[in-house]
Design a protein around this ligand. Sequence first.
Ligand code: MSP
Length: 534
Amino acid sequence: MSKTIYLTTPLYYVNASPHIGHSYTSVAADCLSRFYRMNGRQVFLLTGTDEHGQKIEQAAAASGKSPQAFVDEVVERFRSLWTTLEISYDDFIRTTQPNHVQAVQAILTRLHDEGKLKRATYEGWYCTPCETFWTAEELKQTESAGQVACASCGRPVEQLQEDGWHLPLRPYQGWLKSFVKAHPAFVRPESRYNELFSLLQEPLPESLCITRPIRRVGWGIPVPFSPAHVTYVWFDALLNYISVPGYPTDLKRFSSLWPVDVHLIGKDILRHHAVYWPIILHTLGFSDEQLPKMIFAHGWWKIGEQKMSKSLGNIVDPSVVVGQFLKDQPYASDVYRYFLLREVPFGQDGNFSEDAIRTRLESDLANDLGNLLHRSLSMIARYCEGRIPVFSSVGCAEDDVSMQETATGLWKLIPPAMERLEFSNVLEAVMQMVSQANRHIESQAPWQLHKAGQNARLGSVLRVAAEVLRVSAIALEPFMPLVSSAIWQQLGCGELPRRFEDVAKWPVLVAGQQIGSPQVLFPRTPSPSARSLS
Ligand code: MSP
């Protein structure tokens, strides 16, 4: 039996509510998981929250709560959003949970006992919002008028001089370079692989400070052999990827999941995942074959060309998009998921706006997909007594054959594209099939066939449309699970499973099957009232 596919999202900081950037990684990870499940694969999708560190401690203090009470409250907003967005995760880790804390402490103790950690004083720059260390060299590009700013988020950094425990990085640079060179799929897309490659051409910092002095940061995992320190939040958080599957206590379960197939992340946390993380694993004795198979770093959602950030006040809350802006849509969460995965190629930056969502909703979903479903099923109801008609090759048009080729061709096209996380290409191909089906109906004009009494041909044309809808429901399942199920129900397929392999087959529907009552999937609404996204 093939290995369970192990997929992860980053652990989201619970210093504030989730925004569209967070939902992007989770929707993509869920889409990939659903695709593999439809292919009969076992999937383990891990998500969760990153609950330690200075910025969470500061956010808790600002709200007058203890860090624990604060994170207990904010974590629920993440969980509830994942329910709203139909994220089908298999485990949700909170880095404050005891088994994770114990795993981190066991790993720290082992590295310490093996002499792999060095005690040293860190001197350099630190960005608290990113919880990230920077060398002066790395900050040169963002320095202006003598002011140093974070190389990732551009916010002010502070100079630190602190005693702590360090994990050496530089001694492993040569090894990492060769590993990366030999594994082009280690980081995707290619632009991010190239970014990592050029990062590794410059000397890495000598080491990574993996502790914080407890007198300055109290909210972290205590370091067992050093009472004056807590664990650096990134060291703690990265270890979740191995602590949840069972490392280091349940190695049997661990080996059934590890190595991870895809770490889905945003591009701002590439260095943590593609430099620190493999070096941590290598230091722990993981072989090259036991390193992550792929790290996929997606782009950023921007608002009017600016990255969303709390300080700019341009954060978009997905539950406002779904619950208010799209409140007239019965499948609002699917519309949102569709928009995120269709609008920009996964890996590139995109601009988020009300207009962009509305355009996708109206053109792709209402005018194309919704229209195809409603007109086809209404005609089947009217002309064929609401039963799936028989396909007859008599009078078969070239268009029918081409429609069949387009639809069944998705069986070959989709899997490699999904493996490359090319979500927008997959959706584009499905929507091209849907448009072709609408053109097919127009050119074959079933209403005229009905008038002319050409019932066999009429049935065939509507059967072609119904088969395209069947394929659409299957192909769209990972992207829009609720819409997919609604199409399925309207076709009368009830509890039948939606299996990806059936995309290759044609025709599949059972002639005479009673369809459900045709319903509008994406109602047209008057232009939005003064609803604001931010
Ligand atoms: N806690 C760390 C991750 C630890 S993983 C072991 C962290 N958390 S985060 O909440 O700041 O970010 C989580 C994810 O959201 C990152 O992948 C980040 O790229 C993504 N996004 C945050 N803002 C974003 C956009 N504006 N657009 C797209 N994704 C962005 O980093």
